[in-house]
Design a protein. Sequence first.
Length: 461
Amino acid sequence: MTIETSFEDLYQFAACGQLSTDADGVVVVVNETFLDWSGRSREQVIGVMFRDLLTRGSQLFYETRYQPVLRLGGEIREVALELSRGDRPGLPILVNATVVGESTRIAVFDSTQRQDYERDLLAARRAAELSETRVRVLQDASTAFFTASTEQSLAEALLEIARDALIAADGAVVLQDGAGIRRVVAGNLRALELLDLWRAVPDLAEPPVEQVTTVASLLEAEATSAAGAGILRSVRMEALTATPLTGGKGALGSLVLLFGRERDFDGPALNLHVALARQASQVLERLRLQAELENMALHDQLTGLANRNLLRERLSHALARAERAGREVSIIFLDLDGFKEINDGFGHRVGDAVLQVVAARVNGVVREGDIVGRFGGDEFLIVCEEADTGAALLISERVVAAIAEPIPVVEGVGCITASVGIATVLPGKPLPTLDALVRAADAAMYTSKSAGAGRITAVTL
């Protein structure tokens, strides 16, 4: 017997029925064992939906539990169904199924012991009710999460849905940023303390589902963390769960649920924790990606300052507000003196480091609410609302002094200066265009540069 024939025999006459269905549940491959058990020919099975090979009661169970759970999790294990066999009594079976690409692979096991079957069927019916609830919760969560436009609204939706679905008394959503800094975005502020305390327990029992941490009672809490048990008592809680929110780049945060009574966290409840956390994590990653892309579109990647697009937007809004309020608005245009020589003499890496130092210094001496941006190359622009020429001069003097400080972090570069031009829009006069205002400040800056390094020139429009 050849190896190929041996493998074919292993499949066709295996100790279990085996079949594959397409994405619509239609049988495309079946082995001889399944055909023998079902009392059907290959022609009577191929092209038929797997659901239609079951008894009427099992068809309902298939629709309400088997198919929804399979779609959500990609696999399902030991589901009790009954295979229809025409005039003969139905055959009790246990089914395992796994989604692979566009098809589903199904293994069918004979389960003819009636007493065990009845017990399994009852358990399956109860599980079906839980599964329907789980599917409904996840459907509601999917809708709520999809409409969330901020991390705050997503966290609030996740906490509300999880708290209601799992009958929790309280809870919180803790989010973690790229720097590893965590904060409570929604819910009980003491959740972060509880997370830290149970993370520090080295011998905490391995959670039964993925990474869900459970504390079922105050007695269990005392055994693992007396301090954590004290916090639970202080907020009048007796049990908790902590489910991680994770993405492709690692930890995103945690969902913490608090319970007012002791709880027995079974498999379906923990699976629901995990499913909700997984859905929320996917949306959170999308929101963060959108924010990152928006930030890249409006900020200079080297210095982190506003770029030309954001400067024009903020300046346009500032001019409109100034016109309505009858107040001055000023812009400060500055250019670094001698920067080309530094770039040419020390290289672009040193030049970039100098620009980053200058950006941080300028940002550190302007007023709160002033917008600092990199206009291009070694040119910077500052938008100062409610600032007349005198106020703009004071800001410019602080900027020039800050830039002139030595730059010790860049080897070989002692200090650098800046030439500054100020353009102030006076109330009651025709509002200039953005380009006209920037040109005026730019021309004033060149007047300063021609008079010597570190000078300031102001004009009004």
